[in-house]
Design a protein around this ligand. Structure first.
Ligand code: GDP
Ligand code: ZN
Length: 373
């Protein structure tokens, strides 16, 4: 008999188990294993992956609402979903490890900590290097006056950005930001103390409670391989609970760096430099020139990129190659042949495996997850 399947998105990974949000039944994330065939192919499954899931008999017909029917204490393989296929990825991020992210929400605060233009520029360049779409968000607008806000807005517009202004404290601008995140898979990035967790809490109702539970228990649990979780946003879209690239070190091919500055990119779209390999450091007839505010940033980052240049990243001349398209997607991984025969785990074995991987705290968390999802 043909298996009943549905497509879904991997929201979190705990040990060798996957929480999948099914397209047809999104209100109940389903705990899944990965089919041995995928393991043999060396096909890893990441948070954010789009997968095809064979549904457990216990979940059929698919309920429209209510808690999952799995009882963790009597868990058998048949109660779990099984990931049978992982669809090709649109993007892969390393930090946090998320597949198919398509948006970066870069958060800075206007004060406390004060906005540092060099740090902002560095984060912007790093965000541009991922090749993903980008929203710049300025938080804590309650701490500065209108003149300061207008000055920063003017500067950022010259840099090629139109920041969204918010204040978590005053609950201002959250709707605007929420609109920018709708129907996207977003990663928040930015320095610490700017209000990323506060914003996540404002955007995802109930997330505070869950994150606290997880960091209190599961993240301390042994053998826990869970790094990141995606949360559904109320008006569509998913948001990672772990921030991305916290200390950006620029490992970017020097020749590509200029393309990560929108204000320079704009000039290069309509004019060419005299030298084909122009690095825009004052060469004659350079289309980029030096009459732009971040020129000094560009020169500094260029020196850094040249110092960080390794033969490897020189070859990888395509910026964002790592994060774009399926070149690193699992669909292209060579099958790894294994001779170990698959043995269907017994009910007790499954329970023991879970216990071994998650630890007692992790098991408790799983039970809670099953109850509260
Ligand atoms: P994170 O390190 O980026 O996650 O920052 P947090 O969310 O932990 O926030 C750092 C501090 O800034 C906390 O004390 C927050 O209460 C405070 N904070 C966050 N948003 C605002 C805001 O809009 N206005 C003000 N005045 N303080 C804020
Ligand atoms: Zn040039």
């Amino acid at each position: 008999m043909a298996k009943v399947t549905d497509d879904g998105t991997v929201m979190a990974i705990q040990a060798n188990y996957y929480w999948v949000r099914l397209d047809q039944c999104p209100q109940i994330p389903l705990l899944c294993t990965r089919r041995t065939r995928l393991k043999k192919m060396g096909q890893k499954v990441m948070v954010g992956d789009r997968v095809k899931v064979e549904l457990p008999g216990s979940l059929l017909p698919l309920p429209k609402q209510g808690p999952a029917t799995v009882n963790i204490n009597h868990l058998a393989e048949g109660d779990l979903g099984a990931i049978a296929k992982c669809y090709p990825r649109q993007s892969v991020l390393d930090r946090p490890p998320v597949a198919n992210a398509d948006h970066i929400c870069l958060v800075f605060s206007l004060a406390d900590p004060p906005l540092d233009e060099w740090q902002l520029s560095r984060f912007l360049v790093q965000a541009e290097a991922t090749g993903l779409s980008l929203t710049l968000c300025f938080n804590k607008q309650d701490l500065v006056d209108q003149t300061a806000i207008a000055t920063w807005q003017g500067r950022l517009q010259a840099w090629g950005y139109d920041p969204v202004l918010v204040s978590v404290q005053g609950r201002r601008g959250i709707e605007d930001l929420s609109h920018c995140l709708a129907n996207k898979i977003s990663i928040m990035a930015g320095p610490s103390g700017v209000g990323k967790s506060s914003l996540t809490n404002a955007l995802v109702p109930g997330v505070e409670q869950r994150v606290k539970q997880v960091s209190g228990k599961l993240r301390k649990g042994r053998h826990t391989t869970r790094h990141v979780e995606l949360f559904p946003l109320p008006n569509g879209g998913l948001l990672a609970d772990t921030p991305g690239f916290n200390q950006p070190d620029l490992v970017i091919p020097a020749a590509q760096l200029i393309q990560l500055f929108p204000e320079a990119r704009r000039r290069l779209a309509t004019q060419s430099c005299f030298f084909k390999d122009c690095l825009h450091q004052g060469e004659p007839d350079c289309a980029v020139g030096s009459d732009w505010e971040r020129y000094e940033h560009y020169l500094t980052f260029l020196a850094e990129a040249q110092a960080n240049q390794t033969p490897e990243n020189q070859r990888e001349s395509d910026i964002g190659a790592k994060t774009k398209m399926g070149s690193h997607g699992q669909a292209y991984v060579e099958p790894k042949l294994e001779t170990k025969k698959y043995r269907r785990p017994s009910r007790r074995q499954t329970h023991q495996d879970l216990q071994e991987f998650c630890g007692e705290d992790g098991m408790e968390q799983l039970r809670e997850d099953l109850e509260t999802f």
